[in-house]
Design a protein around this ligand. Structure first.
Ligand code: TXA
Ligand code: MG
Length: 352
């Protein structure tokens, strides 16, 4: 299959050319095809949520297990009742505060929504993105777009169109290039289908922001699960984000971390192993023993924006031994960053 790449920036959405291209992309969706598109979090791989064959194509293109449900994207609050059978007041309260934006809400699903889209579950995850290109595509495509992140299964989510091309060229009909995304980690996922609000995936919208709107505690149901736990979001059980090289997180006082990593890196490098460090902007200059240092930035926002691109670059640079600092202690967005980073390390953490 030939993959067409079209450029539509957010500012182009209202221009005649932007509208024409979005209409074309919408036709691809309506005909059962697949379009990768930018959102404010990461790029998504979209298909018509009501077309079981389109959902099957999404799983095939990503190499994703089909028990891992897709998020349904809408661009109009009224469409919520098109996919959810029960919309609790809490959903409207959350929507009013956080939509359009980087929050996904899980509710009971409508029977009309194909089981292929929700991985056989009786719930549906719904998101109303704020990115105007995404909204334009959803409207042009019929209002309901099922979309996981637009990466091959197991790889980091794409934060730029080039990442989508890298993973999906020849596997999807179209890729919309909207430039680099704003946030860089996937949406927060809250499950309100079971009575108590549970945060299944941390993101830009944090547990305390959600608790403030709901007026009750939001349980954090993510992190390192016990072996016998079944993760609540099926996608969280799969190996994810990990670069091909062996990656370890080093945690402790900054001077100890720098000392430890430099000693280890110099040993590995001396044996001809390609060695990398992921560091903050402030500390990057201290890693003199690694072959390459990747500066992730200093604020949690900057680090979130750079993280997935760096994880991809490590593979592009064929890095074999990777050390990363722990980017914790920067508030709740750091929790979202650490959640992804710990998965990327396969839970391989050294305390110094
Ligand atoms: O920011 C985002 O959410 C991006 C953009 C494209 O919107 N999408 C995204 O989708 O990250 P995906 O498929 O990569 O991650 C969705 C996660 C998976 O872990 C999946 O298992 C979980 O949400 N999920 C989806 N529907 C669910 C449901 N009904 N119950 C529990 N977990 C669900
Ligand atoms: Mg994903």
């Amino acid at each position: 299959m030939k993959t067409e790449v079209v450029k539509i920036r957010e500012d182009d959405v209202q221009t005649p050319e932007g509208r024409r291209l979005l209409e074309r992309a919408g036709e691809v969706i309506k005909a059962g095809g697949l379009v990768a598109f930018p959102t404010e979090t990461v790029y998504g791989l979209g298909g018509n949520a009501f077309d079981p064959a389109a959902s099957a194509r999404i799983y095939a293109a990503k190499g994703r297990p089909s028990d891992n449900p897709l998020i349904v994207h809408i661009a109009d609050l009224d469409d919520l009742t098109g996919v959810a059978s029960e919309v609790p007041d809490e959903a409207y309260a959350l929507a009013e505060r956080f939509w359009p934006g980087p929050l996904t809400i899980i509710m009971k699903k409508k029977p009309e929504l194909p089981a292929e889209t929700t991985g056989g579950l009786d719930t549906v995850a719904v998101r109303f993105p704020s990115h105007r290109t995404a909204q334009g595509l959803i409207k042009a495509g019929g209002g309901f777009i099922a979309a996981p992140s637009a990466n091959l299964s197991g790889r980091p989510s794409p934060t730029a169109a080039e990442h989508c091309v890298e993973d999906l060229d020849g596997r999807v009909d179209m890729i919309i290039d909207g430039g680099r995304v704003g946030i860089g980690v996937e949406s927060s996922i809250i499950d309100i289908s079971g009575g108590t609000p549970d945060l299944l995936r941390p993101g830009y919208v944090t547990a305390s922001m959600l608790a403030r709107v709901l007026g009750k505690k939001v349980e954090k149901c993510f992190g390192v699960e016990k072996a016998d736990d079944r993760p609540r979001a099926p996608g969280m059980k799969y190996r994810h984000y990990a670069p091909r090289g062996e990656m370890v997180m080093v945690r402790g006082d900054s001077a100890d971390v720098i000392g430890y990593i430099n000693a280890e890196a110099s040993g590995a490098s001396g044996k001809g192993i390609r060695t990398a460090v992921i560091a903050s902007g402030k500390t990057a200059g201290f890693y003199t023993c690694a072959d390459r240092v990747y500066a992730a930035g200093d604020s949690p926002e900057e680090i979130a924006g750079n993280l997935f691109g760096i994880l991809r670059q490590l593979d592009a640079d064929s890095m074999e031994r990777i050390f990363t600092e722990a980017f914790d202690g920067g508030g709740e967005l750091s929790e979202a960053v650490m959640n992804r980073l710990i998965k990327a390390c396969g839970n391989n953490i050294v305390e110094v």
